[in-house]
Design a protein around this ligand. Sequence first.
Ligand SMILES: *[C@@H]1O[C@H](CO)[C@@H](O)[C@H](O)[C@H]1NC(C)=O
Ligand SMILES: *[C@@H]1O[C@H](CO)[C@@H](O)[C@H](O)[C@H]1NC(C)=O
Ligand SMILES: *[C@@H]1O[C@H](CO)[C@@H](O)[C@H](O)[C@H]1NC(C)=O
Ligand SMILES: *[C@@H]1O[C@H](CO)[C@@H](O)[C@H](O)[C@H]1NC(C)=O
Ligand SMILES: *[C@@H]1O[C@H](CO)[C@@H](O)[C@H](O)[C@H]1NC(C)=O
Ligand SMILES: *[C@@H]1O[C@H](CO)[C@@H](O)[C@H](O)[C@H]1NC(C)=O
Ligand SMILES: *[C@@H]1O[C@H](CO)[C@@H](O)[C@H](O)[C@H]1NC(C)=O
Length: 362
Amino acid sequence: MKFLIIFFVLFKIASGASENDTEIVHVQIVSNHGVRTPLAQYPDNPNNIWSKYSRSTGQLTDVGMRQMLKSGRKLRAKYPHLSKTYDRTRAWAFSSDFDRNIQSAQLIMTGMYQPSEGYANWTDDSTLSGFMPIPIRTAPSECDTIFRRHATCARLIQLQAEAKLNNSAKENASTAFLYKMRCMSSIELTYYDLWKLGDKALVDAAHNLTVEMYITQNLPRLMEIRDDNYFVTYLYSMELAKLISGSLLNQLVTYFDRKIKATTDNEFYLYTGFEFYLGGLQRLLGTTTNFMQPDFGAQFSFELRKNSTNNYFVHTLYKNHADEEFKTVNISGCEAFCPIEKLKTLVQDKIIINFDDACKAI
Ligand SMILES: *[C@@H]1O[C@H](CO)[C@@H](O)[C@H](O)[C@H]1NC(C)=O
Ligand SMILES: *[C@@H]1O[C@H](CO)[C@@H](O)[C@H](O)[C@H]1NC(C)=O
Ligand SMILES: *[C@@H]1O[C@H](CO)[C@@H](O)[C@H](O)[C@H]1NC(C)=O
Ligand SMILES: *[C@@H]1O[C@H](CO)[C@@H](O)[C@H](O)[C@H]1NC(C)=O
Ligand SMILES: *[C@@H]1O[C@H](CO)[C@@H](O)[C@H](O)[C@H]1NC(C)=O
Ligand SMILES: *[C@@H]1O[C@H](CO)[C@@H](O)[C@H](O)[C@H]1NC(C)=O
Ligand SMILES: *[C@@H]1O[C@H](CO)[C@@H](O)[C@H](O)[C@H]1NC(C)=O
């Protein structure tokens, strides 16, 4: 009996905190935008993207908009205990300064704070019944303190060039394939443009459009190269990933602290950016070792939780596509419910506080 009790106590300690003995105090969501139009024009494109998608390159499509609204509704269903109505002291949305990210933020927030009876009753225009406009915070790329990838950064350019040089064996091994794809697509592609063809396949498929035969026939190779292009450009070294997502990670950790110190009532933060911001977090936090380019609508959910003795934990969840469900991921070196102090120690050399210093070329 004594043995059993000791065993039980040990087991309790080893298993750490869990969903059931902690409550959510706030949630920070990092989201990729929804599906968008392709990023290049395809001369021989049988789909004629301009008439099929009726938007210019890189814009959120109707399908993408529906994905984002649904994504917000799913967050509402997952977090029913968060305030149901929008309150500026409880919910904030940040977006990087690109149309598809700002629109995604608006739709996720609309899904999260759904129109409801008696709420947002500010107009007698019935077509807008219950609609609450929610502010989205953004800043020009050069001044943005969260989404840094498009700011001038000499060290970033240096690291990307070095990474491509180090990856030249893989690039050289694809030379024949590259020439073939150039010929088939009639686009002057480089190895680091090949991802666009895999990207087009994903976009067309999301809109039930026929994908060109030369893309379908070479899809596994194109997707492999797409992941390679992405990894080399954004995640090749820890320092590179840090320049991409270290400022965002600093923001997340800073906001955990603010909540713990009770200097804010805020319980929901949304950050919408590009897939490489999620990839950068995956690399910095070590939530995976298999780096594939996050798909449209991919999301991280960082739940700050506390147990009944006021100890705080971060529970991290990830989904790779708008239509997937969240799954728990472990931050490397930590349990699924990572004690906040341990988390802060693990990320202390992964966050960026002074971006200008970090961007100095060496
Ligand atoms: C938490 O509680 C639910 C419902 O009571 C139960 O199904 C689940 O197994 C529990 N989880 C853990 C980790 O104890
Ligand atoms: C909305 O506002 C109008 C005009 O002030 C009012 O007549 C109506 O009862 C309100 N509806 C709800 C559901 O509160
Ligand atoms: C490229 O390879 C060299 C030599 O192995 C290494 O020192 C350097 O850190 C690599 N560059 C990047 C960006 O990883
Ligand atoms: C790849 O090809 C380039 C140009 O021909 C060459 O300079 C480089 O050394 C090659 N890289 C490798 C790893 O063979
Ligand atoms: C594509 O086809 C599937 C299966 O028929 C359907 O469920 C989906 O709504 C279609 N999507 C679009 C954008 O038309
Ligand atoms: C809360 O978490 C701390 C740190 O893991 C632990 O020491 C404490 O026993 C937990 N409290 C309860 C009531 O489980
Ligand atoms: C994550 O950590 C939990 C302990 O908190 C462990 O049970 C689980 O196996 C870990 N999952 C992975 C994928 O390492």
